[in-house]
Design a protein around this ligand. Structure first.
Ligand SMILES: Nc1ncnc2c1ncn2[C@@H]1O[C@H](COP(=O)(O)OP(=O)(O)OP(=O)(O)O)[C@@H](O)[C@H]1O
Ligand SMILES: [Mg+2]
Length: 242
């Protein structure tokens, strides 16, 4: 579904993505892990074309990422993105946050959009918060709304960039449970996370990045129990100390 070939990117002198090659198949859950500054967010942003690339290609369902215009709007609608900071619209209710895209971009009628949004809010466990403003919700609840909002567009693929790292520990599991549920239902997902529990339970594959390159690519079990490269061993020993 997503084919990434020979992708390179620089920020000025900094070589942030180095010859990235990987294929994500439909229904696959890929966890991207690696030290700070290794290029994980840049890779995610490149897949949604929030960042341009210098060379190489990224295709989704065989179509190269559009550069601008209607094609780009379609891409953004088809590829959900959930960020570390929830990015909800502060001046809209929870329900409106979820219905906005379907109404504006997909041309759905308000009543149908409301019904769909309520079903999604129910699924992520926050239906009783629908009429509140985002600031009235906990971080975990806001992140679940953000996930419902991206699901409301019926995305082909969801990218998540450290979706739980801004949350208090007691709220992490409620968001991870929603993510594990999505994975189990066959959603195609690329998730930047250091949550090993999620990787072990839900991921088909781990990509370990360092210095802008994919250094190691393995099944979660193999990666966590038997990392091959010194850089992965060193990284895992650091995160396991926590
Ligand atoms: N817009 C930008 N302009 C210049 N440099 C950037 C920009 N965005 C990111 N960088 C640099 O590119 C490198 C990769 O950044 P990126 O955000 O992709 O790393 P990351 O792996 O997501 O790190 P973290 O775990 O801290 O989120 C870093 O050195 C960062 O400082
Ligand atoms: Mg990042």
């Amino acid at each position: 579904m997503v084919v990434i070939e020979k992708v390179d990117k620089h920020f000025g002198e900094l070589h942030v993505l180095r010859d990235i090659n990987t294929v994500v198949t439909r229904g696959e859950v890929v966890v991207v892990i690696g030290p700070s500054g290794s290029g994980k967010s840049t890779l995610c942003r490149a897949i949604n074309r929030l960042e341009t690339i210098d060379s190489g290609s990224i295709t989704i369902d065989g179509v190269p990422l559009p550069e601008e215009g209607k094609g780009l709007a379609t891409l953004r609608a088809d590829v959900g993105m959930v960020f570390q900071s929830f990015n909800l619209f502060a001046h809209k209710t929870v329900l409106e946050n979820v219905t906005l895209g379907p109404i504006k971009v997909r041309g759905m009628k308000k009543k149908a959009a409301d019904e769909k949004a309520m079903a999604l809010l129910d699924r992520v466990g926050v239906a009783n918060q629908a009429s509140k403003m985002p600031a009235q919700l906990s971080g975990g609840q806001q992140q679940r709304v953000a996930i419902a909002r991206s699901l409301a567009m019926d995305p082909k693929l969801i990218l998540m960039d450290e979706p739980t790292s801004a949350l208090d520990p007691e709220m992490i599991n409620e968001v991870l449970d929603v993510m594990i549920g999505l994975a189990a239902e066959g959603m195609t997902m690329i998730v930047v996370t250091h949550e090993m529990g999620f990787a072990r339970k839900a991921a088909d594959r781990v990509l370990f990045m360092d210095g802008g390159a994919v250094v190691e690519e393995a099944k979660p079990e193999d990666f966590f129990t038997n990392p091959q490269s010194d850089r992965a061993k060193d990284f895992l020993s650091k995160i396991l100390e926590h």
